[in-house]
Ligand binder design. Sequence first.
Ligand code: SAH
Length: 248
Amino acid sequence: MSERFFVEQPIEGDQAELVGPEAHHLSHVLRARRGEFVTLFDGTGFEYRARIESIARAQVSLSVLDRSRVDRELTFSLTLGVSLPRGDRQKWMVEKLSELGATRLVPLLAQRTVAEPGAAARERLRRTAIEAAKQCGRNRLLEIGEPVEIANFLSAAPRDAERWILHPHAVPDGWISAAAAPRFPSPTARLPATAVVIAVGPEGGFTAEELQQSLALGWTPRTLGPRILRIETAAIAIAAQLVGSSHP
Ligand code: SAH
């Protein structure tokens, strides 16, 4: 795989421009030269072979030689509604979820949520998703959604999707006992149909009310074992299990 660069505007025709951090990466970090070949992607699922025509300070012009559809996605869409952790752990989670093939990350606003990302924070996370896609060869970006209230997230998820709410099973309010907690299906269990939607709670956990609401809407509670995982660990663990069943 030659060096990959992300183009903000969908590529149509035989010219493309890199601007901003992508132009900087190409010209200053990699010190690429005119005439060299690189791979471009624009998030539409295609990959383009391109030749560098000119390098200016903040802009690189390339001619596009060919395009091919290269699919490195999961076989189903994977949406994670996550009550975001703080700081660097957000970024780390976005990087790992991108690598694992997640389709969409929706910042969840639950009753105990502490971090609500504004537009600038979401833009930074999008940048992280771009960096991850460059590195891992995905031609689609992990989409960073706008924050959504948990009640809306729970009710808006399509009924024919697999809808899983993650919750440690040993809870004091007895919402779900260890014995009653459905275990995650083994890797040999049937593959998810077309869409999986997952809810991951804040460090303080989902409230009893939120859990009851999810049950009433037909969500399935899932546990990841008896240890309490950090938010980002739980999100990545469930995505990793799904990746295992998507690409056995
Ligand atoms: N004190 C909280 C723990 C929250 S951990 C509580 O007792 O609920 C943050 C989130 O990660 C949880 O809301 C849940 O969605 C997920 N999580 C953490 N550990 C988990 C486990 N063992 N099984 C399933 N989900 C887990």
